[in-house]
Design a protein around this ligand. Structure first.
Ligand code: NA7
Length: 489
C-alpha cells in the first residue's frame, strides 16, 4: 500500500480543535473541515462571559507552545483576552476558512466498505472523512439543577455560561448559587458592585491563595525581546516544582505534599477571615483538592465587604421574589445566577457515534465514558480524542495536554498516511487493562477521599488521570503499537 492523502474532520473549534486545524495545515494537509456548533472559535472562552472570568492556569502556560503571547496583561489572564487570543490564532494560522460555524455534528457513522466516517450535521449536511478528531471539550453542557420553584421566580435567572449582559446589576439584589471556580470568580467580581449579593454554598470550598500581578509594559517588552523569559514562566524550575508538588499531592492522598497543601489553605482561611462565625461557614469538611481546587486572590477579602451574605443553610425552594432556606429564612432577590457546573460526563455526546460492527459509543459508555489513555476507543477506527475522558483535567494547562495528545495521535495518523494501515484502533484488551490499572490508581487519589465532585463517575470512581504528569508525558511520547489493531482495506 502506498502513501495516501487523508481527509480529516475535526469536531469543535475551541482550543483543541484549533490546535488540530493548525497542526494539520502546518503539515500541508488541505482536505480538512472543522465543524463548530457556535458562531465563532474559542469554545469555553466563547461561551463563558461572566464577570470575573479568568483562567486559573497561569497565562503563559495556557498558551500554545508554538505561539507565545508576550502581551498577556497579568499572570492569570482574563477570559476576554483568552478569547481574543484564540480568534487571533484562527486567523494567523489560516484555520478560519476551514471552519463551518453553527454546524453541530449530529452523528458520525463508520462506513466499513469505504473505511471512512460519514458525518451528518444538524443542518442537514453530509460529509466523509478518513479521520475524525473529536475536540468537543469537557465542560459545556450547563447543569441546571432541579431546584423546586425555579420556574416561579419573578426576577431574572441564568446559568453562568449563558450570562445575560442586558441586565444592569448595579441596583439589583443578586444571588449566586454554586461555589466551584465559577461561583467564586463571579462573587469576587460582583461583591461591592451590586445592591446586595448572596452567595449560596451547598458545599464550601478550600481556597488556594495566589497573587495575580499585572504585567507592566516593561515586562511585556522583556517577554517580547527575550522569549526564554516566557519559557521560564511556563516551564522553569519554579513552575515545574509547583506542578510536580501538586501532582504528587493529588495522586496520593497520604502524601506529605497533600498535607502541606492542607496547611496552606487552612492558614489562608484562618488569617483572612476575621469573623469566627463566617470562618466556620466557609470551612470545608473534606480534604483539600478533593474537589477541583479553587484559586483566588481576592475571594475572602471581597466577601467581607458590606453588602455580601454567605448562606450555607441549604436551599428549600425558589419563590417568586427570592430564595427560601431550609431554616425558614428568606433572601429577597432580583437576579439569580446558577453557577452550578456542567454535565461533565457528556464529552462527545449528544453526538451519536456508530463505529465498526455497528458499535454504538452510547453503549460502550453506558457505565461511564472512557478511552484508552484518553485518546482512542476500540471499534472506533481512526476516531481520535483531544481532552477526552480520563485525561489529566485538574488544575493543569489543558493546552499542553492537548498538544501532547496531538503528538501521540499524529503518530497514529502517520501510519495511515504512510499506507501502513487503512485504519487504526486500540484493542479491547488494551482498554480493559488500562481501565483496570487506572481505576486501581484512581482509588488512591485525593479525589476519592470522600467528597462529591464532577471528577467522579456514578460509582464514585474518579474519571481522571491518576498518575504523575511525567507518566503522562512518557505515554504520550509514543503509541505502544502492540495495543493497537491495524486494519487493512
Ligand atoms: P462546579 O465546580 O461543578 O461547581 C458547581 C457548584 O454548584 C458546586 O458548588 C455545587 O455544589 C453547586 N450546585 C450544583 N447543583 C446545586 C444545587 N442543586 N443546589 C445548590 N448548589 C448546587 O462548576 P464550576 O462551573 O464552578 O466549575 C467547573 C469547572 O470550570 C472548574 O472546575 C474549572 O475546571 C473550570 P456541590 O459542591 O455539588 O455541593
Amino acid at each position: 500500500m502506498g502513501s495516501r492523502k487523508l481527509r480529516y474532520a475535526v469536531i469543535g473549534a475551541g482550543m483543541s480543535g484549533l490546535l488540530a486545524g493548525i497542526k494539520l495545515l502546518e503539515r500541508g494537509e488541505r482536505e480538512l473541515v472543522l465543524f463548530e456548533k457556535g458562531h465563532t472559535v474559542g469554545g469555553t472562552w466563547r461561551e463563558n462571559t461572566y464577570p470575573g472570568l479568568a483562567c486559573d492556569t497561569p497565562a503563559h502556560s495556557y498558551t500554545y507552545s508554538f505561539a507565545p503571547n508576550p502581551d498577556w496583561s497579568a499572570y492569570y489572564a482574563p477570559g476576554p483576552e483568552i478569547q481574543a487570543y484564540f480568534e487571533e490564532m484562527a486567523d494567523r494560522y489560516g484555520v478560519r476558512p476551514y471552519i463551518r460555524f453553527q454546524t453541530p455534528v449530529k452523528a458520525c457513522t463508520w462506513n466499513p466498505r469505504k473505511m471512512r466516517w460519514q458525518i451528518d450535521t444538524e443542518t442537514g449536511e453530509r460529509e466523509e472523512a478518513d479521520v475524525v478528531i473529536a475536540a468537543t471539550g469537557v465542560l459545556h453542557h450547563p447543569h441546571i439543577p432541579d431546584i423546586p420553584g425555579l420556574a416561579d421566580f419573578r426576577g431574572r435567572w441564568w446559568h453562568s455560561a449563558r450570562w445575560d449582559h442586558s441586565v444592569d446589576l448595579g441596583d439589583k439584589r443578586v444571588g449566586v448559587i454554586g461555589s466551584g471556580s465559577t461561583g467564586i470568580q463571579i462573587v469576587s467580581a460582583l461583591a461591592g458592585r451590586v445592591r446586595h449579593l448572596v452567595h449560596f454554598q451547598r458545599t464550601p470550598q478550600w481556597i488556594m491563595p495566589c497573587t495575580n500581578p499585572p504585567y507592566t509594559e516593561e515586562d511585556k517588552r522583556l517577554f517580547r525581546q527575550d522569549p526564554s523569559r516566557i519559557e521560564y514562566v511556563r516551564n522553569g524550575p519554579e513552575a515545574r516544582a509547583r506542578r510536580e508538588r501538586f501532582l504528587a499531592a493529588i495522586a496520593d492522598a497520604s502524601s506529605p505534599q497533600l498535607a502541606e497543601l492542607q496547611q496552606i489553605v487552612e492558614r489562608h482561611l484562618e488569617e483572612s477571615v476575621r469573623d469566627p462565625i463566617l470562618r466556620e461557614k466557609l470551612r470545608p469538611n473534606y480534604t483539600v483538592a478533593c474537589k477541583r481546587l479553587v484559586f483566588s486572590w481576592d475571594y475572602y477579602e471581597k466577601i467581607q465587604q458590606p453588602g455580601v451574605t454567605i448562606e450555607v443553610a441549604g436551599i428549600e425552594r425558589v419563590e417568586g421574589r427570592g430564595v427560601r432556606m431550609r431554616d425558614g429564612s428568606f433572601h429577597p432577590l432580583d437576579v439569580l445566577v446558577l453557577a452550578t457546573g456542567f454535565h461533565a460526563d457528556a464529552f462527545v455526546r449528544p453526538m451519536r457515534v456508530i463505529g465498526r460492527d455497528a458499535t454504538d459509543l452510547e453503549e460502550l459508555w453506558a457505565e461511564h465514558p472512557t478511552a484508552y489513555y484518553a485518546v482512542t476507543i476500540p471499534r472506533m477506527p481512526n476516531f481520535f480524542l483531544l481532552n477526552g475522558p480520563t485525561g489529566p483535567v485538574g488544575n493543569f494547562s489543558l493546552i499542553e495536554i492537548a498538544e501532547r495528545q496531538w503528538n501521540y495521535l499524529d503518530q497514529l495518523m502517520e501510519l495511515l498516511r504512510s499506507g501502513k494501515a487503512r485504519a487504526v484502533e486500540p484493542t479491547e484488551t488494551a482498554l480493559a487493562d488500562y481501565e483496570a490499572r487506572r481505576t486501581e490508581a484512581a482509588r488512591r487519589t485525593v479525589f476519592a477521599t470522600g467528597c462529591k465532585s464532577w471528577y467522579l463517575d456514578r460509582n464514585g470512581v474518579p474519571q481522571v488521570w491518576p498518575w504523575s504528569y511525567e507518566h503522562f508525558l512518557e505515554v504520550m511520547a509514543r503509541p505502544r503499537l502492540a495495543d493497537y489493531r491495524l486494519l487493512d482495506g
